[in-house]
Design a protein around this ligand. Structure first.
Ligand code: ATP
Ligand code: MG
Length: 244
C-alpha cells in the first residue's frame, strides 16, 4: 500500500548549520504519529518543510506518492498559537482559504459545530478563550478537507483539563474525517495517549532516534498502566539524548 506521507529528508541546513540529518519515515492513511525531542532539535522545522512553508532542503517529501512542492490543500496546519485574524469572525476565520464569508458557508459552520462552537460563528477572536480559539484553528485546519493535519504543540497554552478535552476532540475529528495526524508535543502523556507511533528525535543535528509503537486500541484509558510503561520507555530515550 502506498504511504500517505513519505519523508526522505537527507538534510536541512540553516546557513552552514545542519539542523536535520537523514530523516526517513512514512505515515499510513489515518495514522496518528507524535514527534518528540529536545528543544531546538528541529521538530517545528520538519513540520514546516512538510507543510511546504520552507522549500530549502535536500531530500524528497511525498504525499500519496506525489512529490510535495509547496503548500498543498491536502495538508492542514495548526500552530502553537491559534493565529486567527483578529478582525474576522470565527466562521470567517475557518473559511478564510475560500476567500468567501464563512457565515453562509455550510462546511465552515459544520466544522465549527463539530469542534463544539455552534453559536460562536459571529464571535471575534478576542472574545474567545484560549481553548475556544484553538478549536477554531483546528476547524480552519480541516477546512480544505486535508488528508494530513500537522499540529505544532497545539495545546501547550491551555490548562491541563482543557488539554485533555481537546485531545479527545482531536481524536474524534481524526477518526470521523479519516485523516492522519503528525503532532509535535513536549507532553509525553499526550504523545502516548494520542498516537499509534511516537518518533523520538535526537538533537544536533536532528535525527530519528526511535520509532516507538503504541499498540493499544482506542478509546484508551489514561490510567492504563501500559501507557505508563510506554511513557517510561520514551523518557529513557529522551534522557539518553546528550542535550536533553
Ligand atoms: N529561520 C531560522 N534561521 C536560522 N535558524 C533557525 C531558524 N529556525 C530555526 N532555527 C534553528 O534550527 C534549530 C531547530 O529549530 P526548531 O524550531 O525546528 O526546533 P524545535 O525542535 O521545534 O524546538 P522547540 O521544541 O523549542 O520548539 C534550532 O537550533 C533553531 O535555532
Ligand atoms: Mg518548535
Amino acid at each position: 500500500m502506498t504511504a500517505l506521507l513519505d519523508v526522505d529528508l537527507r538534510a536541512k541546513h540553516y546557513g552552514a548549520r545542519r539542523v536535520l540529518d537523514a530523516i526517513r519515515f512514512t505515515l499510513a492513511p489515518g495514522e496518528i504519529v507524535s514527534l518528540i525531542g529536545p528543544s531546538g532539535c528541529g521538530k517545528s522545522t520538519l513540520l514546516r518543510l512538510i507543510a511546504g512553508l520552507d522549500r530549502d532542503y535536500d531530500g524528497r517529501l511525498a504525499l500519496g506518492g506525489s512529490t510535495l512542492a509547496g503548500i498543498s490543500r491536502e495538508i492542514g496546519f495548526v500552530f502553537q498559537e491559534p493565529r486567527l485574524f483578529p478582525w474576522l469572525k470565527a466562521a470567517d476565520n475557518v473559511a478564510f482559504d475560500s476567500g468567501r464569508s464563512g457565515r453562509h458557508d455550510r462546511h465552515a459552520l459544520e466544522l465549527l459545530a463539530e469542534v463544539g462552537l455552534a453559536g460562536y460563528e459571529e464571535a471575534l477572536p478576542r472574545s474567545l478563550s484560549g481553548g475556544q480559539a484553538q478549536r477554531v484553528a483546528i476547524a480552519r485546519g480541516l477546512y480544505t478537507r486535508p488528508r494530513l493535519l500537522l499540529l505544532d504543540e497545539p495545546f501547550s497554552a491551555v490548562d491541563a483539563f482543557t488539554r485533555m478535552k481537546l485531545q479527545d476532540l482531536l481524536l474524534g475529528v481524526a477518526r470521523r474525517h479519516g485523516i492522519a495526524l503528525l503532532l509535535v508535543t513536549h507532553d509525553l502523556d499526550e504523545a502516548i495517549y494520542l498516537s499509534d507511533r511516537v518518533l523520538v528525535l535526537d538533537a544536533d543535528p536532528g535525527r530519528l532516534r526511535r520509532d516507538l509503537r503504541v499498540p493499544l486500541p482506542h478509546p484508551r484509558d489514561r490510567r492504563d498502566l501500559r501507557l505508563a510503561e510506554l511513557k517510561a520507555e520514551a523518557l529513557t530515550e529522551l534522557h539518553a539524548i546528550h542535550s536533553f
